[in-house]
Write a protein that binds this ligand. Structure first.
Ligand code: FMN
Length: 339
């Protein structure tokens, strides 16, 4: 064991054992981005890569899992969105392909979904947005929890990471708790580990990895952006709900404001029914992440990113990102000990 591993071991042993990896660093699933190349690279670097199931149909997920298995001998997980209409079939794919860990995201999962995975020997991780829900998820059988604050990229809750950590972390002792949202450095990871986190999950920091398939325009936008550019979508009228998503502002986000106004006015003039207008607003961003990540349309597509985008300065290999995080965390912990 290297000296860096030795320093970190007492802090993240629980997380490492749970994930069965060298470093308790999860590469948070990012739709269209976290596919076999990035996921296997994170796992090969000693972290825990996670495939983003996103809107994938079961047969594509199966191919992704098999491709990842062919590129790494190390452990990785699969993130499934609970609202997916084929969730049950996606779970079957994870069972059939013998995935070790499944992360259930996008809402509180049912106890049946958790049970089905656990009965097949799969470890289940869930996102806990509040203490009551954290306790309920543990009762329902969740093997580990993730606390993800509003600083994160993609779909977000309203509460900051620091608050979730204070509210939930001291009260959950039975399962490992991982922290996500706004973590861009090893020093920050060290702080959460010192507070009792079993490990950390980072998404934004991994987008500009060499192994990430995101379009060069997408990566350039990340390198150029400051923390303040990664903002949540704004809802204009409570009757027309907007799911909060944090992304780098661009022409698409500005157009979204105008589109909401125009749609609401059409409803007010009786040209659209309430449901029709709500659906139009809900569907505005359909396919927008793919447009930016895969096609490179960074003006009109969705540039989902966390506030830690301000700490992304260059494109580099996953192993460099992971090693930098690990050595920063170890240095911080040994400096604090000295002081
Ligand atoms: C482009 C992008 C897409 C994301 N897609 C998903 C997703 O499909 N499922 C999910 O659970 N989280 C998703 N996330 C959240 C990440 O898994 C991770 O929790 C988050 O990025 C951590 O915060 P950070 O961005 O501050 O590192 C996404 C984040 C980004 C930046």
């Amino acid at each position: 064991m290297s000296s860096v591993d030795e320093i970190l071991e007492p802090f993240w042993r629980k997380g490492r054992d749970f994930l069965n990896v060298r470093y308790a660093i999860m590469g948070g699933a990012m739709s269209w981005i976290s596919e076999h190349n990035l996921v296997s690279a994170i796992s090969n670097a000693g972290g825990f890569g996670v495939i983003a199931g996103g809107a994938m149909p079961p047969e594509i997920l199966k191919k992704e899992i098999e491709a990842t298995f062919s590129l790494t001998k190390n452990n990785f997980g699969v993130n499934l969105i609970t609202m997916h209409p084929q969730l049950d079939e996606l779970i079957d794919v994870c069972i059939e392909t013998k995935v070790g860990h499944v992360i259930l995201a996008g809402g509180i999962p049912t106890a049946q979904a958790i049970k089905k995975l656990k009965d097949a020997g799969i470890k289940v991780m869930c996102f806990a947005p509040a203490l009551v829900l954290a306790k309920r998820l543990v009762k329902s059988g969740a093997d580990a929890l993730i606390l993800e604050g509003t600083e994160a990229g993609g779909h977000i809750g309203p509460v900051a990471t620091n608050i979730l950590v204070q509210e939930i972390l001291p009260h959950i002792k039975d399962v490992p708790v991982f922290v996500a949202g706004g973590i861009g450095s090893g020093e920050m990871m060290a702080a959460f580990l010192a507070l009792g986190a079993a490990g950390c999950q980072l998404g934004t920091r991994f987008v500009c990895a060499n192994e990430c398939i995101a379009h060069p325009n997408f990566k350039k936008a990340f390198i150029k952006a400051n923390a303040r550019d990664a903002v949540p979508t704004v809802q204009i009228d409570a009757r027309f709900p907007v799911i909060p998503v944090r992304a780098i502002s661009n022409a698409g986000t500005r157009r979204f404001m105008d589109f909401q106004m125009e749609t609401i006015q059409k409803y007010q003039r009786g040209e659209l029914e309430l449901k029709e207008a709500q659906m139009a607003i809900e569907h505005f961003w359909g396919g927008a992440l793919r447009r930016a990540v895969i096609e490179g349309d960074v003006e009109n597509g969705s540039l989902m990113a966390g506030q830690s985008v301000g700490l992304v300065k260059e494109e580099k290999p996953v192993s460099d990102i992971v090693n930098e995080l690990v050595s920063q965390a170890a240095n911080a912990l040994s400096e604090w000990k000295k002081r």
